[in-house]
Design a protein around this ligand. Structure first.
Ligand SMILES: Cc1cc2nc3c(=O)[nH]c(=O)nc-3n(C[C@H](O)[C@H](O)[C@H](O)COP(=O)(O)O)c2cc1C
Ligand code: SF4
Ligand code: SF4
Length: 253
């Protein structure tokens, strides 16, 4: 078994690493951004695949990754982990449908409530203690789910028709435009930006570039919130207008 994940601010990385290690302490997990990912996955029979939920969907970058690696996933057994801040309906179901289309076998799925990473929307943010509690609860759920998978009775979160309808009508239909394609984001406050360059190599989409002391972007944002969460001067916003918290999983563990 190997874990792979896409993780903007670390929640999903934390959950996938923990899951595969609860299953067997020797297991490892890798980011889909790892240039060696195809070689690492090739010999594995069971893949634990993790992604955050964006507007009750899998992020565009994740959907593209699965579709672009269909030869790698065909015939594999995939267990999906979808993390979320509040509600997803069928977060795992969205990637499960793509996996099935390309010939992978989805053996189970797990939904995990984690701290919300949208640090520029005040109403979504929770106090530190509550976020720490969420992570502790997720950790317990992860070990139980890993044990169930070992016993041949994997959890099936988000995979039913009921979940599909809840995800579709609960959010996905109304926010379809936000996840259908890559976005014209982020917004850079050039008064605050010191052109330090920290955000440029962090972006999984290579969306950010720096030229003549100015940061610009290529309108190919998957809205992962990693740049916003790391900018030392809080010069970046995505959906909101002000940074209230720079969410990073290691702060809540
Ligand atoms: C653009 C965007 C949209 C999101 N939409 C949802 C959502 O529909 N439902 C939900 O429960 N959480 C939503 N979240 C919260 C994330 O799914 C959650 O914080 C996740 O654990 C982040 O994982 P990461 O740190 O691995 O990127 C959204 C986050 C972002 C950035
Ligand atoms: S990390 Fe922030 S301050 Fe540094 S270049 Fe990027 S936007 Fe500017
Ligand atoms: S620009 Fe920022 S939010 Fe968009 S994909 Fe890159 S790091 Fe993620």
């Amino acid at each position: 078994m190997t874990g792979i994940y896409f993780s903007g601010t670390g929640n999903t990385r934390h959950c996938v690493e923990r899951f595969v290690q609860c299953f067997d302490a020797k297991n490892q997990a890798f980011s889909i951004e790892n240039p060696e990912i195809a070689r690492l996955l090739q010999p594995e029979e069971i893949i634990v695949f993790g992604h955050p939920t964006h507007f009750s969907n899998a992020p565009k970058m994740v959907r593209d990754f699965i579709a672009n690696h269909k030869d790698l996933f065909r015939g594999k057994r995939v267990f999906i982990i979808a993390t979320m801040g509040l509600f997803s309906g069928d977060g795992a179901g969205c990637s499960a449908r793509i996996f099935r289309t390309i010939g992978a076998q989805v053996i189970g799925a797990l939904h995990l409530k984690m701290p919300d990473c949208i640090g520029d929307k005040k109403m979504l943010l929770k106090p530190l203690e509550e976020n720490k509690r969420l992570v502790r609860e997720a950790d317990e759920k992860i070990c139980t789910a890993a044990e169930r998978l070992k016993q041949g009775n994997p959890t099936q979160d988000g995979l039913s028709m009921f979940h599909h309808i809840a995800g579709l009508f609960g959010q996905r239909l109304w926010f379809y435009g936000k996840t259908r394609s890559y976005q014209n984001a982020p917004k850079i406050d050039h008064e605050k930006c010191t052109a330090c360059g920290v955000c440029v190599p962090l972006c999984p989409m290579k969306n950010l570039k720096i030229a003549n002391g100015t940061i610009t972007h290529r309108k190919r944002c998957t809205m992962c919130y990693r740049c916003l969460s790391h900018c030392p001067t809080q010069a970046i916003t995505i959906l909101g207008k002000e940074v209230y918290e720079q969410c990073r999983a290691e702060r809540y563990v």
